[in-house]
Design a protein around this ligand. Structure first.
Ligand SMILES: [Zn+2]
Ligand SMILES: [Zn+2]
Length: 279
């Protein structure tokens, strides 16, 4: 998988490199190696270089392509002797499911983990990975122990789904802008917000390329390229990164469609479209 390094100064330096893979229905997982943070944990997340070192996992919703790599990731961590605590941030309504699944796997000795919730203290037991489950709600923010601020907001999708605004503690107050927004799966409604449109880096889904699919996208809680083009002129940040394209589009088709539009501020860029390094 290719590494995307966007810049070496200011906000882009603060985000650092992004590496991952994202295609609708297959897998979505983006690794921000500088922050040891996985944005979603789809089934192919283990293949992302460095992802075994992730200490924070953000889950937007429970569609399989966004979370089902979690078990493999935890299994791989054990195989690689990575026993640092892992904090999982997920929508409130998903926590009981994740808790019972992980508890059962622990009970059956299928995973070497210890499970706690955010209010309990973590015990480091030899050869077990401490897992902390954090429940997220829309319009509330949470600070991680290593200085990230995660603010959740509602996405418009087919199941309970949150999108995230991310920042480094104190940075927004200094810079006056949001560092990064990651929408997960959503229709365009989630983007119609001044704060999101002024994020330096906006990572959003773009499931469909064809303009005639815009209505279908809307109904299914997704976006088309037409939707992205529609909000681009109001975007005030540095880059718009598109993920979650349908698997049947080639990179050539994606890039050709993107460049067929005229943009007033920034040309969106498709990222994490391929598993192979050979790009
Ligand atoms: Zn999806
Ligand atoms: Zn979904």
């Amino acid at each position: 998988m290719k590494e995307y390094q966007f810049g070496t100064s200011g906000a882009l330096e603060a985000v650092g490199p992004i590496i991952g893979y994202s295609r609708s229905c297959l897998s979505t997982s983006l690794y921000l190696e500088k922050h040891k943070l996985l944005l979603d944990v789809g089934p192919l997340s283990c293949y992302i270089k460095g992802s075994v070192d992730a200490t924070k996992v953000l889950i937007t919703h429970l569609h399989h392509d966004h979370w089902s790599g979690l078990i493999s990731l935890l299994g791989l961590k054990k195989c690689r002797d990575k026993f640092d605590p892992v904090r999982i941030y997920s929508p409130r309504g998903t926590i009981s499911f994740l808790k019972s699944l992980l508890s059962e796997l622990r009970y059956k000795r299928a995973l070497s983990i210890d499970l706690t919730t955010e209010s309990e203290s973590i015990d480091n037991v030899e050869n077990r990975i401490p897992i902390v489950l954090h429940s997220l709600e829309a319009n509330r923010s949470i600070e991680t122990r290593d200085g990230l601020v995660i603010e959740a907001f509602n996405a418009t999708h087919r199941c309970e789904s949150l999108a995230f605004k991310l920042d480094i503690q104190g940075r927004k107050e200094e810079e006056g802008t949001r560092l990064l927004t990651y929408t997960g799966d959503t229709n365009v409604e989630a983007l119609l917000d001044e704060d999101i449109l002024s994020s330096q880096v906006l990572i959003t889904e773009c499931t469909y390329l064809e303009p005639e699919k815009t209505e279908e996208a809307e109904e299914r809680g997704h976006m088309s390229l037409g939707n992205v083009v529609g909000v681009e002129s109001n975007f005030k940040g540095d880059c718009i990164l598109l993920v979650h394209f349908k698997a049947n589009y080639t990179d050539e088709e994606i890039n050709k469609s993107i460049s067929s539009y005229t943009y007033s501020r920034v040309t969106p860029k498709a990222i994490c479209t391929k598993i192979s390094d050979a790009e």
